[in-house]
Structures are given as structure tokens and as C-alpha cells.
Design a protein around this ligand. Sequence first.
Ligand code: DX5
Ligand code: ZN
Length: 227
Amino acid sequence: MNKRDLMVNPTLACGNLLNLKKDLDILEKEGISILHIDVMDGHYVPNLCFNLNTLSEIRRNYAFLLDVHLMVTNPEDYVIPLKEIGIEYLSFHLDTVRFPIRLLKKIECLGMKGGIVLNPSQPVSLLEEVLPYLSFVLVMGVEPGFSGQTFLPQTIDKIKELACIRKERALTFMIEVDGGVNDLNTESCIKEGADILVTGAFGVFRRKNGLEQDCHDYLELVERIKR
Ligand code: DX5
Ligand code: ZN
């Protein structure tokens, strides 16, 4: 396998919600460069997660790249506010927009990286016409809305299929995987072509030996696989 830039992307929804600052300080110290932030509206998924104020505070205090995963029915409404906050990566679910190419162009035009999220029930073929406009595809390993769910095995085939299309069509989109990523499936995700690994309840936030050590151990696992 060629050496690639791989991003380990902790999902803050799995952090210590009563003391986010403590977790953010540790992640920063461990060398984490990107943070995955779930935004949910209680409609697209039956849960709520971080709001725009929390994102602004994180932006004002930390230099992480911010990767916002919108699980909302009206993603268009968030594009300008998120640009004003200063986030870098912005993804929305394919089934929440009527004109995905228009929205992707708007995101890119504003200087952010735009991505589309595929749920486990959605095949890669749905993206055929959209792939040239994407900075990244986010492949869900679980149904969206909750952390701590079991990784669905077909996710690996989707990563593989996307990597194959990327090569065949000489495209440059990155592949992000989110949900259920653990020590056992990390290797297959990387080998099949994932560039961004969202890590939550089974990775850096597994609450085994403390965030510092758990983060260190997961980063080490990824490094070993890359070699
Ligand atoms: C699920 C979210 C994920 C979630 C992942 O809807 O998009 O980002 O926090 O958590 P784990 O890794 O525990 O499945
Ligand atoms: Zn997510």
C-alpha cells in the first residue's frame, strides 16, 4: 500500500459532554488535527447534537480543522452560518437536498470542502453524476443519529467501490468513514481506500485507559497499519 495522508477524526459527540474543554485540550496535545462535529435537528434523525454556538466557541479557542456532519432536513440553511464560523469540511445527507450539485458548488465557492453522506441503505451508484463536484464522500458505517452502534460490513465494499471509481475516473475526492469504526475494521477501511477515519466509542473515546492513552493507542494502531 502506498503511504497516504490519513486523518484520524475524533467525533466529539462521544466526548465528555460535561467537560468538553478537558477532552479538546487532550486531543490537541495528542496531535489531533481535525474534529468531527455532528449537528442533528431531531427531524432527520431522532436525536439532537451540537449547535452553532458550541461550534463558534470551539473555533474561537482551537485550531483544529472542523468537519461538520449535518444530519438535518434543511442543510442549505446552515451553509452561510457555518462559513461565518469558519469551519473547513461540510457534509450533508444525499436524501436531504433536491439539487446536490448546486449546494456543493456553493460550499466550495465559499472556500469550504463539500461532502455528501451515504447512509448504509444507499448505494454508491447514487453518486455517479455528483462525484466530480465532491471534495469528499462520507460513508456511514451505521444508521445515522447515535454513536456506539455496530459497524455494518457492507461499508467496506462501498469504500472499495468508491476508491476504484476514483482511480478509474481520475477523481480526487477523499473517502471518510463514520460510525462503528473500531480496532478490527480500521485496517480494512484503510486498505480499501478510506482517507478520513471518524473515531468514537470504539476508538479514541473508548473510555478504557483514559482519553490520553486511548487516543495514543488508536493513533499508534493507524500508524502500524500505514507502514
Ligand atoms: C452517528 C454519527 C457519528 C457517531 C460515531 O450518527 O454521525 O459521528 O458519533 O460514533 P461511533 O464511532 O461511536 O459509532
Ligand atoms: Zn458523524
